[in-house]
Write a protein that binds this ligand. Structure first.
Ligand code: TXA
Ligand code: MG
Length: 334
């Protein structure tokens, strides 16, 4: 298949919107990561997304809307809490899991009776969805298992020849995917951490917000291993670079020393080493850069990536969620 590479002029966005409404697949920028879009109400179109990404079909998609009012098209019940959150965080990097209306096909929700909904803030995304005239199902626009794409080059590398078009905008502002919050239980629960944190939600809702218990556990911690995350996508191998990856955890100077030692040792063995060090109190930068740095390491032919853990607080918690998955929980305590 030939993939149209488009810019973000009004004419090009309109062309992309027509492809979407005709049942085609279009990758597009959002403020978090690039998404791979299809008409969320068109079963055949959505089915093609799973095929293009090589994604397991029990993994539900987030449905993107261009106006808060469109939420009522997808769900019957809009609670006061949902209204508070959408008023405060939409458009923006928040996905709410809500009870779905029957208009949303099974293939979009992976058979669940709930649906994830998000109104992105990137202007190109909003314009595309508005012009397409349908809600747009969009997972991240990477091949399944690879780091999410944060610039158009990443999308082209993964999906050129597999989809109808790529809308090429600039770099994504946030760099990690939206916070997913489940609003269908007795208490709101975060299923995937993001740049909007638990504290942010609690401030707006003025009540406690839960974290999916699997988010605080690492697989090596044994007994809890069988806990299944509520967001199906959180259980798959994810964000993995081709290189081996090690995350060093401990007091910062000891970590830097350990990374330096490991680097020297590997290099004497003839390996190509990539070091990814973020400044601990610059968590937004870490979120912005992580996926791009992982892809860059692969591009440079790294054999091993050595990285330092961030403090797991606020956005640091969300970045660490991705970093540890990328490393397959290969952690070295120093
Ligand atoms: O920032 C984002 O959210 C990006 C951009 C493109 O909007 N999209 C994204 O989609 O990250 P994806 O498909 O890569 O991740 C969606 C996550 C998965 O972990 C999925 O299992 C979960 O959300 N999810 C979607 N619908 C759900 C539902 N009804 N119940 C529980 N989890 C759901
Ligand atoms: Mg994804």
């Amino acid at each position: 298949m030939e993939t149209k590479i488009l810019g973000t002029t009004t004419e090009e966005i309109d062309q992309a919107a027509q492809i979407l409404s005709a049942g085609g697949l279009v990758a597009f920028p959002t403020e978090t990561v690039y998404g791979l879009g299809a008409d969320a109400l068109n079963e055949k179109a959505v089915a093609k997304v799973y095929a293009a990404k090589g994604r397991p079909s029990d993994n539900p998609m987030i449905v993107h809307i261009s106006s808060k009012d469109d939420l009522s098209m997808l769900t019957v019940e809009i609670t006061e809490d949902m209204e508070k959150l959408s008023d405060r965080f939409w458009p923006g990097p928040m996905t709410m899991i809500v009870k779905r209306r029957s208009i949303v096909p099974d293939v979009t929700t992976g058979g669940l009776d709930t649906v994830g909904v998000r109104m992105p803030s990137a202007p190109e995304a909003l314009e595309l969805i508005r012009r397409a005239g349908c809600p747009v199902a969009a997972p991240s626009a990477n091949l399944s298992g690879k780091p999410s794409p944060t610039c158009s080059r990443h999308v082209i590398d993964d999906l050129n020849g597999r989809i109808d078009a790529i809308l090429c905008g600039g770099q994504c502002q946030v760099g990690i995917e939206s916070t997913v919050i489940d609003m269908t239980g007795p208490q709101p629960m975060i299923l995937r951490p993001g740049i909007i944190t638990r504290e942010d939600f609690e401030r707006v809702l003025e009540k406690p917000v839960l974290l999916d218990p699997t988010l605080n556990r690492r697989p090596e911690e044994g007994a809890e291993e069988k806990l299944t995350p509520k967001a199906p996508g959180m259980k798959y191998k994810h964000y993995a670079p081709k290189a081996e990856m090690i995350v060093f955890e401990g007091e910062s100077r000891a970590v830097e020393q350990a990374i330096e030692d490991e680097k020297r040792k590997r290099e004497t063995e003839g390996q190509k080493v990539c070091v990814i060090l973020f400044v601990d109190n610059e968590q937004e930068n870490a979120a912005h850069d992580l996926f791009a740095r992982l892809r860059q390491a692969d591009q440079n032919g790294a054999d091993v990536i050595l990285s330092a853990a961030l403090t797991e607080r606020g956005i640091g918690f969300s970045v660490m969620n991705r970093m540890l998955k990328s490393a397959g929980y290969n952690i070295k305590k120093v």
